[in-house]
Design a protein around this ligand. Structure first.
Ligand code: ASC
Length: 143
């Protein structure tokens, strides 16, 4: 039990020795999330055959990964690695947190939509979730 609870707690309490480590961590988490979200987007757009089981599996990964990046945007991680994060992540942190919360709220709905077995539900949730990805990228990520 100790081992299990320790594992679950790890993402929340993750600490990083160097800014570079935090930057690598958040980029990795967002990249894995993006790959699995892209598979759902592909199904929603008819580019990948709709498969209810695969949709639910991909959404579960997106949902888990969506919790991870945020501890890695701490103070002092605005530089020191290969980051595209804009200074506004820190200077307008309440707005950034709000954008992150909105994404996670839509991802929760995406996860539910992926389990109904209805492609139309998935399409709507992919659209709403993709909007929150784009919103945060437009406001907080350099090209
Ligand atoms: C993706 C992905 C994103 C979003 C975004 C939606 O598949 O990796 O960051 O969709 O492009 O606008």
């Amino acid at each position: 039990m100790l081992l299990i609870s320790g594992f679950v707690a790890l993402p929340v309490h993750a600490q990083f020795a160097k800014a570079e480590d935090a930057i690598k961590y958040r980029q990795s988490a967002l990249a894995v999330m993006g790959i699995h979200f892209s598979r759902l987007a592909g199904m929603a757009q008819g580019k990948i055959p709709y498969d209810a089981k695969a949709a639910a599996d991909n959404a579960a990964v997106v949902e888990f990964m969506s919790k991870l990046p945020w501890t890695a945007f701490g103070e002092g991680t605005d530089q020191g690695g290969n980051t595209k994060a804009k200074p506004e992540v820190w200077s307008d942190n309440a707005k950034f947190k709000d954008a992150a919360d909105k994404m996670q709220a839509e991802v929760t709905k995406l996860s539910a939509a992926s389990k109904t077995g209805k492609l139309d539900d998935l399409k709507a949730a992919v659209g709403a979730t993709g909007g929150t990805c784009k919103n945060c990228h437009d406001n907080f990520r350099n090209k």
